[in-house]
Design a protein around this ligand. Structure first.
Ligand code: FAD
Length: 461
């Protein structure tokens, strides 16, 4: 269809959550329902692509700052890795030794609303605290989004499948959902897809390592009894399964009694794949499920505590650690991290170690190295590492922001992604108010706005 053919499309303003929830007619199909196919266009000030760690924070920050915001997410819920891959850890929130909180703002708000700490906490008990219910985290996000219903709309079950640019602007983003193909025309786009889908399809420069970190499916097993040497036996059972040819790769395994004293949550699946290749990603999903069940069978066979155990569930999606990284106005480097380089336009603080998983079996650990050796002191993340080259109305936050592969191994964690998302949302709102492109905004202004709302960098606090 010709994109300028407005006779077949209905142009509407972004509708609020409340409106969308009470009447589906707020979003009008351009073609008769009886055709079973609709086509339409939505206009919005800010479009947040992906509702994961970075995207949820970006959508909240932009809408709270007064911008009409639409968040689009392929899952039926928000939370990204936390809810769709079942990863409950808020890594990056605090210094590894002092436990001093280095990321406040929306990340700390969500952690405290999950019951882990006080809203004004200055330290946390563990540097990597976990929320203890990922379903309740979905509800928490639903609730905070609905509080912004005047400015924020959410489309779940909506897969971003294309982006169109004209000159130095992203003109539109195409989404496939139950309405058919929907064209979204935003003033500012924030790509929080993890894979930089929008940035790549709109023509922003990016890089992707030929071999990226392996993918992991998380799963849970119920009715497990811990006993002496339980951990060692779990490890030996996987080594034996691998020798029998039942398990190509694994790591750890991390077999954690995290949620209940007779239930284990497992980190151990390791599948090398290219997550930006649809066929390879599909293969990886199947391999992940096969490996998770192979581990279960190995433990049932060789570890006494699994005698009456049952496979509860694997989370819906295999988790992606690494894919595209945009090449931004500043490419954050390992040296920037390891020397704790200071930036005037710092908008977030990172503090996790350089956590790079290899594509091979590593027993007893996830990495080949001692994390302490690649543990930076809290470091600055500059605004310019969220700003891609070439496109003036696009920001990229979360694990696809601009960093070298080594630096990204630290910045990719959940809380750091949330901090970047919050900064991007604030920057988008500033750009709309100031009528300046996000590429031209001075990051110092974003930093000041974040600081005024108890967010932004706490590198030296
Ligand atoms: C297996 C695994 C274990 C990890 N362990 C830890 C850990 O212990 N601690 C820690 O802090 N970090 C961990 N990480 C890293 C961290 O969780 C992620 O890097 C972090 O979630 C990055 O946040 P993000 O917002 O960039 O991505 P995500 O949280 O993944 O969010 C991206 C969102 O975009 C959506 N999306 C993607 N493409 C599209 C599209 N085309 N259309 C619509 N929606 C789309 C996704 O559904 C998702 O909701 C782990 C990662 C993996 C994969």
């Amino acid at each position: 269809m010709n994109p300028t053919d407005t006779t077949r499309r209905t142009f509407i303003q972004t509708t609020s959550i409340g409106a969308a929830a009470t009447t589906s007619t707020a979003l009008i199909a351009a073609e008769p329902k009886s055709s079973g196919k609709s086509s339409r266009t939505i206009e919005t000030d800010v479009l947040v692509c992906g509702g994961g760690c970075a995207g949820s924070a970006a959508a909240l920050a932009a809408s709270r700052a007064g911008a009409k915001t639409l968040m689009v997410e392929k899952a039926p819920f928000a939370g990204g890795i936390i809810t769709s891959v079942g990863l409950p850890y808020f890594d990056g929130i605090a210094h590894i030794d002092t436990k001093r909180i280095v990321v406040r703002g929306i990340a700390l708000e969500l952690l405290s609303k999950s019951g882990v700490c006080a809203p004004d906490a200055k330290t946390v008990a563990k540097h990597n605290p976990a929320i203890l219910n990922t379903f309740e985290f979905k509800l928490l996000l639903d609730g905070v989004f609905q509080e912004q219903k005047d400015n924020l709309s959410v489309l779940f079950n909506s897969f971003i499948c294309d982006a169109q640019s004209k000159g130095d602007r992203v003109e539109s983003v195409t989404v496939a959902n139950k309405d058919g193909l929907v064209t979204i025309k935003p003033k500012v786009v924030i790509d929080c897809s993890g894979d930089a889908d929008v940035a790549a399809w709109a023509g922003a420069p990016f890089e992707q390592n030929k071999e990226v970190q392996p993918l992991t499916l998380h799963f849970r097993i119920g009715n497990v009894q811990p006993h002496d040497e339980f951990g060692i036996q779990c490890r030996e059972a996987l080594a034996a399964a691998q020798q029998r040819g039942e398990l190509p790769h694994y790591y750890g395994p991390g077999v954690m009694f995290l949620y209940a004293k007779n239930e284990v949550y497992i980190h151990g699946v390791r599948v090398p794949a290219d997550p930006t290749d649809a066929a390879d990603l599909s293969r990886a999903e199947m391999q992940g499920r096969a490996d998770a069940h192979a581990m279960f069978r190995a433990w049932k066979r060789d570890v006494a505590g699994f005698k009456d155990a049952y496979f509860m569930e694997a989370y819906p999606w295999i988790g992606v650690r690494e894919s595209r990284r945009i090449i931004g106005q500043h490419v954050l480097s390992e040296e920037d991290l390891m020397t704790s380089r200071r930036f005037d336009d710092a908008i977030a603080t990172g503090c996790w170690y350089l956590d790079l998983h290899p594509n091979k079996t590593v027993v007893g650990s996830a990495n080949d190295f001692n994390p302490r050796k690649v543990q930076p002191e809290p470091y600055d993340i500059p605004y310019r590492s969220l700003v891609p080259q070439k496109l003036e109305n696009l920001l990229v936050a979360g694990r696809c922001h601009s960093a070298t592969r080594g630096a990204h191994a630290s910045t990719r964690v959940t809380v750091t992604a949330m901090a970047m998302g919050e900064a991007a949302g604030v920057a988008a709102a500033i750009s709309l108010k100031d009528k300046t492109s996000v590429a031209e905004i001075n990051g110092v202004k974003v930093r000041e706005q974040l600081e005024s709302q108890n967010a932004g960098p706490f590198t030296d606090a």
